[in-house]
Design a protein around this ligand. Sequence first.
Ligand SMILES: [Zn+2]
Ligand SMILES: [Zn+2]
Length: 342
Amino acid sequence: MTQFCHDLRNLKEGLVIDNVKWNFQFYFSSDWKFLAICLGFNSAHSKNFCPWCTIDKSQQGDLSKEWKINKEIDKLVEQNNYYKGHIRKPLFDMIPLNHWVPDELHIMLRITDRLWSLVIAELTEYGLFNDTARKIIVEEMKRIKVKFQFWQIQESKTWSYTSLMGNDKIKVLQFFDLSKILSRQRANMIRNLWNKFYELYIKMKDQKTNAEEFQNDAKNWLTLFLTPSEGIPNTQGFKKGLYKPNDMTPYIHVLVHHVSEFMTIHQKWGLKSFSCSAVEKKNHQQVSYFFRKTMKDGGRKSKSSAIIEILEHENRSLFYNYHNVSLNSQKPHKIHIKAENN
Ligand SMILES: [Zn+2]
Ligand SMILES: [Zn+2]
């Protein structure tokens, strides 16, 4: 790792090839966990959660506040804990913080997860998360062509459910009919919030989106997300709102306060260029292969580690692909030949 960072630092000074000097710009994009590790930053659940600005959790719901990137990587190089929440020396100190780009895919995945779990929490709160509701949810998922199941964890008796892939999450976000499990009025309210988030997601990936407009739309969306209740519960005229600042995930803060800024800085490329979806897909393929084919490092006879098995498998596939070798070898057939007794 030290050597790698050393090489990166050298590369940043530029490279002369045939009397032409090449300059390099580095960018970093990953999911939250990996980004936090590489920055030497604490977890997303802590009070100081934002890698880019100095907000703390109690300020999340304050809609009047504007947050821009206000940390500098050089300050962290000088002093690893210069900002609250930073605990170790950043690994890639040659990359300025405005080149650590949040990933649009993970913004969509994690915020959709949150929106979904808030609906489940609401059903649970009203004692409606029962076998009937679970059956309806599974049927509705079937209708929108998403494979989905619930199962109960033995010890804790809590219910777990299928973790969906990105494209299935988008189907749920767009098409899941909430009125099947919630009152018509409640369903409409939450559906509207989901639709507007889907629109933001599409705009976020579109290079032509105007950053300022996006910032506005995102702020309006957060205002909607934080719709307060009106009146006194269980009395006439009570209007139940949506969610509380504590229900926000760090990705919502990033969506509302930093995405538009990154759009402006990196407009040349568009945020989609920094998307992790290709890496994520590869990870998914490797994980599936791990569970289907390898000995999961547990087989006594396998001599190599699962990672090496996966890499070797990929290497073979590339070789076959490159040399046009067909992989569908025919299964052996049994042929019965009747002896004719003439
Ligand atoms: Zn991920
Ligand atoms: Zn921030």
